[in-house]
Design a protein around this ligand. Structure first.
Ligand code: SF4
Ligand code: MG
Length: 330
């Protein structure tokens, strides 16, 4: 069966100007290589967890899939439709089916509008409901996310962080989408509230038959919500596969470094050698040659420093992009 979402070789570079010295010396404009040929797929009803450090391109990928940022090249196919080829009208229709929940619910809610208005706006824009039917749909959606009908008259600042994220979720789901990009939906929340929102998203997924791309830098969150996992480093997917397999037996040194930062309870995992992450994420304006991870990888060889590893397809839907793991290069 073909996947609901199929992303192939997505590329997105941002121009960031030359900088002051560059302008003085006539240097060419610099580019941030945010996405460097990203491919992934998500099956209907599945949650694909996308993990990586902040600044690695996760949000750019989520937005490029929805064409909130236009990708430079590559393709996004959703339900058999080529999203990258849609005109404005086609894209508007597609937005009903593909939605996004943002990290910071407060920044994404209009402070001057009551919550009922915020939720009604997408319904009006798509001419889906008006009058009593529209108010009924807003009430239904508020209750779906654990709020009350009376909350429709209040303004965003009158809610707690967790409640605001519930409003953000209601706004994303009010059009009945099939697919939702959850972009760090709990990262801005108190730890005590995170579990409630994660459970809410899981319940809504079951009840409404949703498919998620769930973005997080928190491996515990990713491990909890994901059916499959994709690991991103400097604009590239370095490993992906079933969540259990990737998180219990990671192949790529970067995934292993992320995992070994997490305290584990089961003994078998503690015996796995700890892989430490050295230094900071290099600038996406000037990514290292060869394997982009080589500047921080304890296993890097001359081959790694000069040749980018191929994406190798392994058993049961697993991919890894490394010269030396799972088995050494000859
Ligand atoms: Fe490390 Fe080399 Fe593998 Fe890159 S290709 S992750 S540098 S061992
Ligand atoms: Mg982000």
């Amino acid at each position: 069966m073909s996947p609901l979402l199929d992303v192939k070789d997505l590329v997105k570079h941002y121009g960031v100007g030359q900088g002051l010295l560059g302008r003085l010396f006539g240097a060419p404009p610099r580019k941030v290589q945010a996405l460097n040929g990203v491919s992934l797929h998500v099956g209907a009803g599945e949650t694909l967890g996308l993990i990586g450090e902040s600044g690695c391109g996760k949000s750019t990928l989520g937005r490029a899939i929805l064409r909130l940022h236009e990708p430079d090249s590559g393709s996004v196919t959703f339900g058999g439709v080529d999203v990258t080829a849609l005109d404005t009208g086609g894209l508007k229709a597609m937005r009903r089916r593909m939605q996004i929940i943002f990290q910071n619910p407060y920044a994404s809610l209009n402070p001057r509008k009551p919550v009922g208005e915020i939720l009604a706006q997408p319904l009006r824009l798509h001419r889906l409901a008006e009058g009593a039917a529209l108010r009924e749909r807003v009430r239904e959606m508020l209750e779906h996310v654990g709020l009350r009908a009376a909350h429709a008259d209040r303004y965003p600042h009158q809610f707690s962080g967790g409640q605001r994220q519930r409003i953000g979720i209601a706004r994303a789901l009010i059009l009945n989408p099939e697919f939702v990009v959850c972009d760090e939906p709990v990262s801005a929340l108190d730890v005590s509230v995170q579990a409630q929102i994660i459970d809410l998203l899981a319940r809504l997924k079951r009840e409404l038959g949703l498919t998620y791309l769930f973005i997080s830098h928190d491996i515990a969150v990713i491990g909890y919500v994901s059916d499959r996992v994709a690991v991103m480093y400097l604009g590239e997917i370095v490993e992906n596969g079933p969540a259990r397999a990737v998180l219990r037996r990671p192949y790529h040194p970067y995934t292993r470094a992320l995992m070994s930062a997490v305290p584990r309870v089961d003994r078998a995992d503690q015996q796995q050698e700890r892989v430490r992450l050295h230094g900071d994420l290099p600038s996406p304006m000037d990514p290292p040659p060869g394997c982009r991870f080589h500047t921080r990888c304890g296993f890097a060889t001359d081959l790694c420093r000069s040749v980018a590893p191929l994406r190798r397809q392994l058993e049961e839907d697993r991919m890894v992009a490394c010269h030396h793991f799972p088995e050494p290069a000859p």
